[in-house]
Design a protein around this ligand. Structure first.
Ligand code: NCD
Length: 318
């Protein structure tokens, strides 16, 4: 039976092309399961999964929980507020204690880039924790691999194979973990990736990732087959990167009129939560060009695929 090459999903950068193919085809199978009257399979009925969310989340947390339940896993949920973190416990101690309760997989959202990698490196030292699988559900500004997988899957459903397609990311590339994971995955899948943002919202040396850089939304709209609109990550802004939400919308906001003017009529994606009237107009987000809610639906199937495949990887976690 085909397996993933790694025992954790920490980031897109670890995935091989055959991992990506396997994840995409398994997602398609689970999407079929989700159309049935009984949307549940017994695949992970012997597994227990802990969702550890040290940062806020609506979609990702519920999507993982639903995916776990559809696979018949036992599920426990943890959020930072109300936990022993406020009593000074370290992340490693918290996770080791949870794993000692015979938990098999950890889904981790954390504000620190590399939090999942840190656990994956240190857990093998502990007798009760060496077996654990770690899934990164967003680590600070770094990566959000399952979001990128569901974005790519959703684009593929509309555009067909992504090889040679032009995909643009619009907005706060600097603070968005969705951006890096999208860039890495779409390039591995053979797409041409463009980023469109004010210079203040782009990382220095972004060109070194092999992306086209644009500061003109109208020009980007003319070229793109799909446009993934990113939220301004207000909670991560340290300084003022633009004068205000109104000014941002005037120059980099995606309005219906702007989209209608473009010859190409790109498909519109957004990882959510949407700030209507800032990065995108409500009319466009709700209109026929938008596949935002398809992304949400596909997210459950993608997470089922990730959990199922990691549950099949053999040996103790390396
Ligand atoms: C994204 C995230 O948390 O990184 N949202 C999500 O996972 N659905 C994007 C965002 O917060 O803007």
């Amino acid at each position: 039976m085909p397996q993933l090459s790694h025992q954790h999903l920490l980031g897109i950068k670890d995935l091989t092309n055959s991992d990506i193919d396997l994840l995409m085809s398994t997602t398609a199978e689970f999407l079929q399961v989700l159309q049935r009257p009984i949307k549940k399979v017994p695949s992970l009925r012997d597994k227990t999964i802990a969702n550890l969310f040290f940062e806020n989340s609506t979609r990702t947390r519920l999507s993982f929980e639903l995916a776990e339940k559809r696979l018949s896993a036992d599920v426990i949920n943890f959020s930072a507020s109300g936990s022993s973190l406020s009593k000074g416990e370290t992340l490693l101690d918290t996770v080791n204690n949870i794993l000692a309760m015979k938990v098999d997989m950890i889904v981790l959202r954390h504000s620190s880039p590399g939090a999942g990698l840190f656990l994956a490196k240190h857990l093998p030292r502990f007798r009760h924790s060496a077996h654990a699988r770690i899934i990164n559900a967003g680590d600070g500004t770094h990566e959000h691999p399952t979001q990128a997988l569901l974005d790519a899957f959703s684009m593929q459903e509309v555009l067909g194979p992504l090889k040679g397609k032009r995909i643009a990311l619009l907005g706060d590339v600097l603070h968005s973990r969705v951006a890096l994971s999208n860039i890495l995955l779409l390039q591995k899948m053979g797409a041409h990736v463009e980023v469109c943002a004010p210079p203040s919202l782009l990382p220095r040396n972004i060109q070194s990732l092999g992306v086209v850089v644009s500061h003109s939304l109208d020009a980007t709209l003319e070229r793109a087959d799909a446009l993934n609109v990113l939220r301004i990550q207000e909670e991560r802004l340290q300084v003022q990167h633009f004068p205000g939400a109104y000014e941002y919308h005037q120059v980099f906001g995606l309005s219906l009129a702007r989209w209608e003017k473009a010859k190409n009529k790109p498909v519109i994606l957004h990882p959510g939560p949407v700030n209507r009237g800032v990065e995108i107009d409500g009319k466009l987000a709700d209109g026929p060009a938008s596949i935002i809610l398809d992304q949400v639906q596909h997210g459950v199937a993608v997470r089922m695929a990730v959990l199922y495949l990691l549950g099949q990887t053999g040996g103790s976690a390396a």
